[in-house]
Ligand binder design. Sequence first.
Ligand code: NAD
Ligand code: DAU
Length: 351
Amino acid sequence: MHFKKKILVTGGAGFIGSHLVRHFVNKYPDYLIINFDKLTYAGNLENLSDIETALNYKFFKGDIVEKNDILEAFQKYEFTDVIHLAAESHVDRSIEGPMDFVMTNVVGTVNLLQICKEKWQGNNHVFHHVSTDEVFGSLNEEGFFLETTAYDPRSPYSASKASSDHFVRAFYHTYGFPIKISNCSNNYGSHHFPEKLIPLMINNILNHKPLPVYGNGSNIRDWLWVVDHVSAIDAIFHDGHIGSSYNVGGLNEWTNIDLVKYLCEVMDRELGRPLGTSEKLIVFVEDRKGHDHRYAIDASKLVNDLGWKPSVTFEEGLALTVKWYLENQSWIEKVTSGAYQSYYEKMYNTK
Ligand code: NAD
Ligand code: DAU
């Protein structure tokens, strides 16, 4: 079968990657989508069980740190484009141990860039790097991150992502390599690993466990439904300018404490518990080291140039997310068994 594009999606078995792979496989039957993933603790092929037999989908188990894995995938599929999501993604883990972040996020990204630069000929290619708003640092109460905001990463995770963005841009400026970058705010939705705030709180509420809020809970994040992040990547991948970056965000800022309280309310209603039951589980714990105060995105470039807009309100997206977790408790049980138990004990039992 002849495919119009053959897209290597790295990290396709993770949270955002699995939503992106499903979207591209279903929407573009004339594209071959190759999910290239190492399957770390954060990668789970069950996230894609509904599309695993699709004719335009392939899985390749590989590590972007290993050049030979990427070369083998190229020899097998001759991919024409890359949407690069594979990363170590959790800030708290980066504080415990930065080196995995350097290896995957920096070295892995440069490996991919180098191999694509060597193999691709002609003009019809795109290397889309999926990055984060955390590269811009931390805001006070005023202002927003623009595409032109100077980089100021402050955690080992954001330093590694900033570094990978710099390499991606350097390949464009130095070699004319066809790159695009998107910098997105905090995502939420189904299949989100329960080390991150929203799924961790949902899991703990379900199990009547304490809800650990870092510091005094006044830190602010801008939350976007993962499906809307995927539609933004689709728009940028197809219609964004080569060499450009685009900010993606939901204009939806919440302090952590307000968000956790709202989630408690939604869960109490869903679980038929008296209102106020889950809120009693909130505990304020030791703050994250170097905790960034506020992230807020100005996505006007994406909205004005590419016509993107979010499809749901936060209340709608969160309701869908909670419903998914309640209907898929076996998924949480599976991903929280084994290694997750020791991570959770190490992170929270001392706080
Ligand atoms: P995730 O941790 O859920 O998934 C990461 C995936 O990458 C997993 O499937 C994992 O197995 C794979 N992976 C890790 N190391 C690999 C390696 N060396 N080789 C191949 N595969 C490897 O992450 P996520 O939350 O889905 O984030 C995906 C991307 O989006 C990341 O680059 C992240 O920086 C970026 N991002 C995330 C958010 C968010 O809120 N989650 C927001 C903005 C940007
Ligand atoms: O902004 C985009 C980034 O969002 C992505 O690049 C990262 O990959 C993603 O993990 C996310 O980073 P955060 O650090 O913002 O997300 P996290 O869910 O870890 O934390 C959200 C906020 O909640 C943050 O202020 C820390 C706080 N928090 C988190 C956890 C896990 C708590 O108060 N308690 C917790 O137990």
